[in-house]
Ligand binder design. Structure first.
Ligand SMILES: Cc1ncc(COP(=O)(O)O)c(C=O)c1O
Length: 454
């Protein structure tokens, strides 16, 4: 068959994603807004999937991409080095914690996490620690869709179909201290959750543990979970005690989203390996990176090389766009705006708890924010699973021109949380717009599910 076709919007679609749900065709996007082909405007209150950090159609990024496209769009890494990749690697090394002098480019978050797992393993083999292979992670968590990343992901509906095919890695509970009803202080709870890592290491045999991977601020699986401050330092100490590599999955938190370039900076933590994606390409190009300490990379390269790589690694167009995104973040002082606007938006979300008793928790950092709905704030009992509030509220908001991002809170099985993560360029007036639409959407949900009002 060699038939050529021209698809038009009145024809059936051949595309599929996760479900039967389909959305209107996108026409154009600018700043924090997107328009569909019917002319309806949407405020991008989740930056897509926490991706479009500097907003849409940024002129500087577009111009940089156009210039790079006119020079070269592809030069395979076995045949050529390219300047945008070199410059972006140098820039990332300068922004990363001390010692992260080596950068490995990929095209997305799952690829970045796979790369971290494989580098960690090859480092162990190269340094005579071949008995280390277990990577401990947390549940709930999300680290990506590919089999290696899925093995460290703790989110039941995503794991379940693949259980026989995936080497599932050991899990400890994510530090969801907001659900705890005990007499401990937040600091004590943080230490208690960190001790769970130590107990797991001792249970499995420290000599078999390769790494611990965590999202410094949770993403879609927990809804912007921030651990108590004490957690971060204690986790680093425990990894050091047993010679275990600490991997920070900054796919969602990185590139300024929490108000610092990397979330690790909030707690002064220096992980051994870092995964980045999403905001690195910021929706302009598929781009991700692994940042690693030289002392980890060198033994691997010296002992036969890193047995891993992707065709599009270090693509000059992607890296040129990535550099322009970083230039915009710094020149427009977007991390300061993220901290300021994020604090304002978080305050507004917290005020929702006064009017809507079914808003049970508000959490997050910078512009990685979420709120969770519950049936009972005292016990944090979730709304009935079959009410599907996590889908309904998103639809109410979408109808009203606001995009937010939701997931099931309790390991994917029940619970309803909503990420409110607009681009880092968001203004105060746009925060007001988000809150106005969100309140109208919560009112509609309350009426529909007969939820109590204050
Ligand atoms: C923390 C985290 N890690 C990894 C991934 C996977 O990234 P991607 O969808 O680009 O493969 C995601 C995506 O949501 C994420 O949030």
């Amino acid at each position: 068959m060699n038939a050529r076709v021209t698809w038009t919007a009145d024809q059936p679609s051949h595309l599929f994603y996760q479900s039967h749900q389909r959305r209107p065709l996108l026409d154009r996007a600018e700043g924090v807004y997107l328009w569909d082909v019917n002319g309806k405007r949407y405020l991008d209150g989740s930056s897509g999937a926490m991706v479009s950090n500097i907003g849409h159609s940024n002129p500087r990024v577009l111009e940089t991409m156009r210039k790079q496209m006119e020079r070269a769009t592809f030069g395979y890494r076995l045949h050529f080095e390219n300047e945008p990749a070199e410059r972006l690697a140098a820039q990332l090394a300068a922004l990363a914690p001390e010692g992260h002098d080596k950068v490995f480019f990929v095209s997305g978050g799952s690829e970045a996490v796979e790369s971290c797992l494989k580098l960690a393993r090859q480092f162990a083999v190269a340094t005579g620690q071949g008995q280390r292979w277990r990577v401990i992670s947390r549940t709930p968590s999300y680290h990506g869709a590919t089999f290696g990343a899925l093995g460290v992901t703790g989110y039941e509906p995503l794991n379940a179909p693949f259980t026989p095919m995936v080497r599932e890695m050991p899990k400890i509970p994510a530090p969801r201290s907001y659900l705890d009803r005990d007499n401990f202080s937040e600091g004590e709870r943080g230490l208690r959750y960190a001790e769970m890592l130590r107990e797991k290491i001792l249970e499995l045999g420290p000599e078999t543990i390769l790494a611990f991977i965590m999202e410094p601020v949770g993403g879609a699986s927990t809804g912007a979970l921030v651990a108590p401050d004490t957690y971060y330092k204690r986790i680093r100490e425990i990894c050091d005690e047993f010679g275990i590599l600490l991997i920070y999955d900054e796919v969602m938190t990185g590139a300024g989203r929490t108000g610092k370039y990397l979330a690790a900076e909030h707690w002064g933590i220096n992980p051994d390996i870092i995964a980045m994606a999403k905001g690195l390409g910021a929706g302009y190009v598929p781009l991700g990176a692994m940042l690693a300490h030289e002392r980890i990379v060198e033994p691997v390269l010296d002992s036969g090389g890193f047995m891993h790589g992707y065709t599009y690694a270090g693509n000059p167009l992607a890296c040129a766009a990535g550099l322009a995104v970083i230039d915009e973040i710094f020149d427009q002082d977007l991390m300061a705006n993220t901290a300021k606007i994020g604090a304002r938006l978080k305050g507004e979300l917290e005020r929702l708890m006064d009017a809507y008793p079914f808003v049970g928790d508000v959490r997050g950092k910078g512009l990685l924010l979420a709120f969770e709905l519950v049936a009972d704030r005292e016990t944090m009992r979730p709304l009935p699973r079959e009410a599907n509030a996590y889908l309904r509220l998103v639809e109410h908001a979408y109808e009203r021109g606001l995009i937010i991002y939701s997931r099931r809170t309790r390991g994917g099985l029940e619970g309803d949380h909503f990420l409110v993560c607009p681009p880092m360029i968001t203004t105060g007036a746009q925060v007001d717009e988000i809150m106005g639409t969100l309140k109208a959407s919560l009112d509609a949900l309350a009426a529909e599910l007969k939820l109590p009002r204050a």
